[in-house]
Design a protein around this ligand. Structure first.
Ligand SMILES: *Cc1c(COP(=O)(O)O)cnc(C)c1O
Length: 387
């Protein structure tokens, strides 16, 4: 996400209220008026720890480095071309993604990270007074992306085990619902839906309601009956599958994601997308990474094995944890979340506390994971919720 620190959102915002700069002395009636939907937007809090090389950053669900060497050298070569505009619609990458998923390129749209695509989707179907249904707690970006459109959020609490409450989500659909977001595995609880659960849910959603399936962590799923979203596309014409190169492919800094949907939808979305919305380096890096599926798979396997080791160790300590299917896990410590986050920081590991709720921890280098295991021993028993 872009920095959220300096966006003026209303007359009482810090910049206008607190500044004594000469260009800010206009009266309120003369000030530029931002749309009401921008006022009081929730802030996206990025995972901390990015700049200090002596701390382990387990706060943003990134893949530990290094970047795959073939990607690095392709990027270095591509730098020579940055005086030129990139391909407007990332044609080569779009073709390659289509081939990977066995869909025509007309069913693929590439974007500046999957967050930008979710934003495009929501602003393509929502306006003032509409509603978007999604689970909560889930990905922090959703409330922001919904609210900027003027629509309102219908947040459906996740179950005690961290999973989507699909029954309650189906019940939350109204005539004003324009979109539903499904996040599997769910950030931050890390639980995944089964194929059966998802297809039963899809059958209950009216076909004029867009279903956005955010599969940012799909590559890490190892449970029974995993979602085969591609197989659902032909039947559910309101389904949009959203994927990213930020997680399993380890390219979070390049900003590139994609969606798969029916042709008619993709054509409409493309018309409203930012021209040249994906930079040339991102297109090149993603294209190369896509061709390195063996190396990508090896890295994912390493993360999965490490995740299973960490979860086993924590359960042996007595933790009752949700099933972890992403490259991260959820410690449901309730009111102790911030204190646990602070303790981890003192131990040299940045994690992601959600005040009053729990702590999300990315699977990182073995040494970093071991620090968290060591720390966790002292915090077991402070769980508010039982899974
Ligand atoms: C990390 C993440 C993404 C990826 O966003 P990008 O913009 O592609 O980096 C999308 N959805 C969820 C739920 C995530 O956790």
């Amino acid at each position: 996400m872009a920095s959220q620190s300096s966006l003026p959102t209303g007359p009482d915002d810090r910049i206008e209220a607190g500044s004594a700069r000469p260009d800010d002395d206009d009266t309120r009636s003369q000030a530029v008026r931002l749309r009401p939907a921008l006022a009081a937007l929730p802030r996206y809090i990025p995972g901390s720890g990015g700049t200090n090389p002596s701390v382990f950053k387990l706060s943003s669900n990134e893949l530990p480095g290094p970047v795959l060497p073939a990607v690095t050298s392709a990027l270095v070569d591509a730098v020579e071309e940055v005086n030129r505009y990139p391909q407007m619609y990332a044609d080569r990458l779009t073709e390659a993604i289509g081939a990977r998923h066995d869909v025509p390129a007309e069913q693929v749209l590439v974007g500046n990270g999957s967050v930008a695509l979710i934003e495009l989707l929501l602003r393509s179907v929502c306006t003032d007074g509409d509603e978007v249904v999604y689970p909560w707690r889930s990905f922090e970006a959703y409330p922001i992306l919904v609210q900027v459109t003027g629509a309102s959020s219908r947040q459906v609490p996740v179950r005690a085990d961290g999973g989507h409450d699909l029954e309650a989500m189906a019940a939350a659909l109204t005539e004003r619902t324009r979109a539903v977001i499904i996040c599997s595995p769910n950030n931050p609880t890390s639980t995944a839906l089964s194929h059966r659960e998802l297809s039963d849910f899809l059958a209950r959603v009216p076909r004029d309601v867009m279903v956005i399936l955010d599969e940012a962590y799909v590559d890490f799923v190892r449970q029974d009956d995993p979602i085969d979203s591609r197989a659902l596309l032909p039947e559910y014409k309101n389904l949009v599958i959203v994927r990213t190169f930020s997680k399993a492919y380890g390219l979070a800094g390049l900003r590139v994601g994609y969606l798969l949907a029916r042709r008619r939808l993709v054509a409409g979305l493309r018309a409203g997308a930012t021209p040249f919305g994906v930079n040339g380096l991102a297109q090149m890096g993603a294209l190369v990474a896509l061709q390195l599926s063996d190396q990508v798979r090896d890295r994912v396997e390493t993360v999965v094995a490490e995740r299973d080791r960490v979860i086993r160790a924590l359960r042996e300590q007595g933790w009752e944890l949700p099933e972890a299917q992403g490259n991260f896990y959820w410690l449901p410590v309730g009111e102790h979340a911030v204190a646990l986050g602070d303790a981890a920081a003192r131990a040299g590991v940045m994690v992601r506390p959600f005040a009053g709720d729990g702590v999300r921890v990315t699977i990182g280098e073995r040494e970093a994971n071991d620090i968290v295991i060591g720390l966790a021993r002292h915090w077991v028993g402070r769980q508010r919720r039982q899974p």
